[in-house]
Design a protein around this ligand. Structure first.
Ligand code: ATP
Ligand code: MG
Length: 429
């Protein structure tokens, strides 16, 4: 017996009953980003493996153990993108659109791939909306990114359920000095660290700050603090960011342990976290990466960005029951026709109405059927009104217009007047 066909573990179908909420979320974000003057960019899903090694860093979780890497038929090593920043930087460099200090404010949406342990809010194919800004180095743009997300949470009705955590990693020089101090301190407590942290101490010591291990956390209580090592430039930048968030009234908490998983961050790092999703609490994360473009072979180019996880945010909308009612109804009007002649007339009539009302959501019955079965389908579609074409209506060149949700009797409407009539009674969303 052959094994039944299944999707890959951690890679989900998004079924028709879920897509309205996804489209509502994606549409809301897209409109907001348009309104703030950001432009969409679309990159391939597959890139050379080298791109991610060089940008994300060899000793990060992603590159060490989470990438979907394979050889293609030419023998090239390719990887399904685990995140968007690397490809976005590659694209702007390849097309020269950040040259000469040109400002770019870009966003993208799409699937990302990481071989992690699947669980609620953590998948192997997941979806992000990400955003990157190039050639602006001030705290004003860091603030704008956070302000936009704050507005988004407001529009989605989830503002009370998220918290902003903020930190500054300083410039690479100040981070270097801090790293030394941290390594010295942690080395003196080497035996009290968990195994993972002992390994990270050698490969990527800042990541030790990120540990979930209670014993290591206890050691960290007295560890040197990044804030004490910030250079003046980073300090001023950070103060500038905080002043802007204060001006707009966005609350935040400073989290000195926030280091982010990727190597490329500098100065500002932030995360929006929630306690509504269990362990997978970060819904949006980002920061500044002033050294990345140069590290990838470009001219020094400041950059800052973030990415949000669509699955986690959709889950939040469901958990907090912030699902706008109108998104579940996808049909306004359902046309039923009885007999072949009525079916042909119905098709033509539907197209005339669509010409005049391009936003009308009009579904024409397919598969014929009895009066009873067509009505059942009309009702199930969620439509507000049914249009009926039977022998009587055909003889009089009218259509029966029947409210399906409560109030009102069936009326007869002349074919020529149908579009005008629908325009008065169907509210366009
Ligand atoms: P985490 O600490 O949860 O693993 P991360 O730091 O690896 O997150 P980023 O690379 O910053 O995540 O990605 C930005 C956002 O994308 C995350 O905040 C999260 O909302 C989402 N995300 C990351 N990995 C996954 C995943 N495997 N499944 C679903 N969403 C994810
Ligand atoms: Mg991760």
């Amino acid at each position: 017996m052959s094994k039944s066909l299944q999707a890959i573990r951690g890679m989900n179908d998004i079924l028709p009953e879920q897509t309205p909420l996804w489209r509502y979320f994606e549409g809301t974000v897209a409109r907001l980003l348009d309104n703030y003057g950001y432009k969409q960019i679309r990159m391939p899903i597959v890139e050379f493996t080298e791109l991610f090694k060089r940008s994300i860093g060899e000793v990060t979780d992603i590159v060490e153990k989470e990438m979907y890497t394979f050889e293609d038929r030419n023998g090239d090593s390719l990887t399904l993108r685990p995140e968007g920043t690397a490809a976005c930087v590659r694209a702007v460099l390849e097309h020269g659109i950040t040259g000469g200090g040109q400002v770019q404010k870009l966003w993208y949406i799409g699937p990302m791939f990481r071989h992690e342990r699947p669980q609620k809010g953590r998948y192997r194919q997941f979806h992000q909306i990400g955003l990157e800004v190039f050639n602006l180095d001030g705290p004003d743009i860091d603030a704008e990114l956070i302000i936009m997300t704050w507005r988004l949470w407001g529009e989605l009705g989830i503002r009370d359920a998220v918290k902003l955590e903020l930190n500054s990693l300083g410039t690479s020089e100040s981070r270097g000095r801090y790293r030394e101090a941290l390594v010295e301190y942690l080395s003196a407590h080497h035996d009290k660290l968990d195994e993972d942290s002992q390994r990270r101490l050698k490969t990527n010591p800042l990541r030790v700050l990120d540990t979930k291990n209670a014993d290591t956390q206890a050691v960290l209580v007295d560890a040197p603090k990044m804030a004490d090592y910030l250079d003046d430039e980073s300090r001023t930048h950070f103060e500038g960011l905080k002043a802007r968030l204060d001006a707009v009234g966005i609350p935040y908490v400073l989290n000195p342990k926030l280091v982010r998983g990727l190597d490329y961050y500098s100065k500002t790092v932030f995360e929006w976290v929630t306690d509504k999703l269990g362990a997978q609490g970060t819904v949006c994360a980002g920061g500044r990466y002033d050294g990345l473009v140069e590290q990838m072979g470009g001219k020094p180019t400041p950059g800052v960005g973030f990415a949000m996880g669509i699955e986690r945010l959709v889950l939040m909308l469901e958990t907090l029951e912030q699902i706008p009612q109108e998104i579940s109804r996808q049909v306004d009007v359902y046309l039923c026709a009885f007999g072949e002649e009525a079916e042909l007339a119905g098709l033509a009539l539907a197209e005339r109405v669509r010409d005049e009302l391009p936003n009308l959501r009009l579904q024409v019955n397919a598969g014929a059927g009895s009066f009873k079965s067509q009505f059942k389908k009309a009702d199930k579609s969620g439509a507000l009104y049914a249009l009926i074409l039977g022998d009587d209506e055909m003889a009089q060149q009218v259509v029966g217009f029947k409210p399906l949700r409560g109030q009102g009797e069936q009326q007869s409407i002349a074919w020529d007047e149908l579009a005008a009539h629908l325009a008065t009674c169907v509210v366009q969303g």
